[in-house]
Ligand binder design. Structure first.
Ligand code: GLC
Length: 540
């Protein structure tokens, strides 16, 4: 049996969920404490960002030991308790596997540096660097000790890429996944997994910082099949998701089509680049609705036709809050948050909710660079200033784009530090916590809407299984699609603008049933008028 398409995943950034020890950092016990809340929301699986030992240069994506718990977050016993308690609530865990690279503090790298040739072959060492750029700035190669060689780091200089061409490396990494399977974990998220397969000969590539030279290389598919067979593929309803950096539809169909036995589904990020100016992240630009709509349609239809499967999401720990990017939050926070939610929960794929999204959390509105801790943001700020931007201009860009925007503590209530901790948190709490918090939102508009969406998915196979077809492709305001299953049809209309939008509704739909809307009393007229940020799902 394959994974359950009725499932909804909830992502938790452990550092920022709930602190039970009073050190300002969230922990595993904190997550356990909040299980009743998550059960009330109705989610099925919790994806946990890395909580393994790590120097935290990249907040845990620089792992120094794959099979232990960082004392910052608790103990292995805490983890085991989390798994068993979650089970009582019908919730399972999905763990983050960062297998493209490890921290330079990992013993493999340390042994390699000390001259051990067995471990040197765990890394990608070359006599001469290529011209590739690191995703966190600068050249992607750094001197390997005093050997005269260079090691590859596609991310921070402390995140050394692992050499998957070496079968010993693959075996060690498969053991890591199996270690966690033995702890009762069935679901996994694989970090930047379309970058694991590097060619034997690495060549300069002036296009797009060198990305085409190491992204989606054909051998990646082989490695994924091997990984599947050696680990999670042995669990009947395991759910796996690959984070695909700068990927293509063709590759994503391959990664996720069940016949190929690679992964259950893929994250792609194209829809979250529609507010990049000329493809560059560290710029300011209003989002381009036309590109967003076209991307959703192209991917939705191609994945549907090719039998692939997408992970659907607006937010994660690497993205500023979608509400700040796609919605006039000053005037339409509730409408915008619910519309964004419906636009993916009713689409074809598995929805992911990022902590705080279900209560409409916003970017924190930091006022100084000293509030930011993320390595990528700090490097980008420096890069922007070095390239001639004024400090104010650079700050405005960081404020809009920083990953810290989504990493601020979960807002539980209006007490000090938003009920996250009784000590000063590792990253400051967002300015809005007095109004936007779980206690207030439970009886607000957004949380109950998420509950409803999650419940609908359980009861309507057309939502969890139906095909995807683009609708109203020429609309300048409305992103719409039609789902189909066994003679049933569901039309989902999402007004992405702060103005009313007129839609010509086909006659059959005027007699349909309103399955969901974020406004009351919508008449299904042939000349349908959608309210600002209205979402409307009609079943026939
Ligand atoms: C992924 C993670 C991100 C991390 C990077 C390197 O993109 O989501 O947080 O910095 O990989 O591991």
């Amino acid at each position: 049996m394959s994974f359950d398409k009725k499932s909804v995943v909830y992502q938790i950034y452990p550092k920022s969920y709930k602190d039970t020890t009073g050190n300002g950092v969230g922990d595993l016990q904190g997550i356990k404490e909040k299980l009743p809340y998550l059960a009330e929301l109705g989610i099925d699986i919790i994806w946990l960002n890395p909580f393994y030992p790590s120097p935290q240069r990249d907040n845990g994506y620089d792992i120094s030991n794959y099979t232990a718990v960082n004392p910052l977050f608790g103990t292995m016993t805490d983890f085991e308790e989390l798994v068993s308690t979650a089970k009582l609530y019908g919730i399972e865990l999905m763990l983050d596997m960062v297998l493209n690279h490890c921290s330079t503090e990992h013993e493999w790298f340390q042994k390699a540096l000390a001259g051990n040739s067995y471990y040197q072959d765990f890394f990608i060492l070359r006599d001469k660097p290529t011209d590739w750029l690191s995703k966190f700035g600068g050249n992607a190669w750094a001197p390997f000790g005093h050997t005269g060689k260079y090691y590859l780091h596609l991310f921070d200089v402390t995140q050394a890429d692992l050499n998957w061409r070496n079968p010993n490396v693959r075996e060690e990494l498969f053991k890591v996944v199996n270690f966690w399977r033995d702890k009762g974990v069935k679901h996994f998220r694989f970090d930047v997994v379309n970058l694991i397969g590097k060619d034997e000969t690495l060549v300069d590539c002036p296009i797009n910082d060198g990305k085409p030279a190491y992204t989606d290389r054909p051998i990646t598919h082989e490695y994924l099949r091997e990984l599947n067979e050696a680990s999670f593929g042995q669990d009947s309803n395991s759910m796996t998701v690959g984070e695909m950096s700068s990927t293509t539809i063709d590759n994503c169909v391959k990664y996720s089509n069940p016949n190929r036995r690679e992964l259950s589904m893929v994250f792609n990020f194209h829809h979250l680049k529609v507010d990049y100016d000329k493809g560059q992240k560290w710029t300011l630009k209003a989002f381009d609705f036309d590109s967003l709509k076209t991307l959703f349609h192209t991917w939705g239809e191609a994945m549907s036709e090719g039998g692939g499967w997408s992970a659907l999401f607006w937010n994660n720990h690497d993205q500023p809050r979608a509400l700040n990017r796609f919605v006039d939050v000053k005037n339409f926070r509730n409408e915008g948050a619910t519309m964004l939610a419906a636009s993916i929960h009713l689409s074809r794929g598995t929805p992911y909710v990022y902590m705080g999204e279900e209560i409409g959390m916003l970017d924190p509105d930091f006022t100084s660079m000293s509030d930011y801790v993320d390595i990528e943001s700090l490097n980008a700020y420096k890069g922007l200033v070095d390239s001639g931007k004024s400090e104010q201009e650079a700050f405005a860009i960081i404020k809009a784009k920083s990953r810290d925007n989504s990493r601020t503590p979960m807002q539980w209530d209006d007490s000090a530090y938003a009920g996250f901790s009784n000590a000063k948190p590792w990253l400051a709490v967002g300015k809005t916590y007095k109004e936007i918090n779980v206690t207030a939102e439970k009886s607000g508009k957004i949380f109950p809407f998420y509950q409803k969406l999650i419940a609908l998915r359980k009861n309507y196979p057309i939502i969890s299984e139906g095909d995807y077809k683009a609708a109203y492709q020429d609309s300048k305001q409305v992103y719409a699609f039609e789902r189909q299953l066994a003679g049933q049809k569901l039309l989902v209309l999402n007004n992405f603008s702060a103005d009313k939008a007129e839609i010509a509704l086909p006659e059959v739909y005027t007699k349909g049933q309103v399955l969901l809307s974020n406004y009351e009393n919508t008449n299904l007229d042939e000349k349908l008028l959608l309210n600002p940020y209205q979402t409307l799902a009609i079943l026939i």
